[in-house]
Design a binder for this molecule. Sequence first.
Ligand SMILES: NC(=O)C1=CN([C@@H]2O[C@H](COP(=O)(O)OP(=O)(O)OC[C@H]3O[C@@H](n4cnc5c(N)ncnc54)[C@H](OP(=O)(O)O)[C@@H]3O)[C@@H](O)[C@H]2O)C=CC1
Ligand SMILES: O=CCCC(=O)O
Length: 283
Amino acid sequence: MEVGFLGLGIMGKAMALNLLRNGFRVTVWNRTLSKCKELVEQGAYVGETPASVINKCKYTIAMLSDPSAALSVVFDKDGVLEQICSGKGYIDMSTVDADTSSKISEAITEKGGYFLEAPVSGSKKPAEDGQLVILAAGEKALYEEMIPAFNVLGKKSFFLGQVGNGAKMKLVVNMIMGCMMSALSEGLSLADRSGLNEQTLLDVLDLGGIANPMFKLKGPAMIQSNYPPAFPLKHQQKDMRLALALGDENAVSMPVAAAANEAFKKARSMGLGDLDFSAVHEV
Ligand SMILES: NC(=O)C1=CN([C@@H]2O[C@H](COP(=O)(O)OP(=O)(O)OC[C@H]3O[C@@H](n4cnc5c(N)ncnc54)[C@H](OP(=O)(O)O)[C@@H]3O)[C@@H](O)[C@H]2O)C=CC1
Ligand SMILES: O=CCCC(=O)O
């Protein structure tokens, strides 16, 4: 199967490499073209523009930072819309809001193309290991055609119905995750300042009802103030912001998420946006 891949950041690079290793023919594009080099060494082709990737491939996946990047790659000059046409599928796996996804979907569909949104749960390591959880919505036929790729990229994929449902599900999940990370940060600080051992707190948490892989993975590094970026903090804050907007639209009161968002915003203002989102601990 041949796929195009737009966006070779932390996630996109791992996902595209995974597809290559599993026998897919992959044509990549990244805004900073030099980031295509490692993929080329592994057998990928390079497209000069998003439009040229769409022209070459029947299916093209995008994994871009935020709504503005997702829109730009589709609507700007040399973008996806210039070449999308009947018989071609566009799968946006970026985390964006439902409105952004709908705008992209409408534009692609107007040109005769098929659209699927498919944001993912799971970070750098699950992306490398093909263990993501895929939250797809949109064109069911395209979802079914993408199953071979989703089976390589993820351990489970969900089809959630109409465009927007995948984006919303992803934002709800990340809103919960951001609140948990914020609570862990406060707990570690409270333990430390009140004379307790932080590692002992992690050990206690890991044996009880709120044990989870994230605390286990990130907690020990947080104690060392070590935040190598797997999920950049600026993206977590973007997701909190988009989740709070979804709450506004639906009149859902989210005081916990609002407080967590303030912590992530403060961390961004301290210049921590490119570190892992666990760097909220510094706030
Ligand atoms: N990291 C993670 O753990 C996870 C991330 N996600 C989501 O996946 C998406 C990608 O995340 P991640 O890989 O971590 O992010 P990165 O910041 O590592 O990569 C972002 C990508 O978007 C590209 N980009 C940014 N702005 C533009 C633009 N205006 N036009 C074109 N391309 C642009 C970047 O290109 P360039 O190299 O030129 O800057 C890069 O390829 C985000 O939506 C994130 O929320 C979802 C699950 C997990
Ligand atoms: O959007 C990022 C999600 C990170 C994760 O699920 O661990």
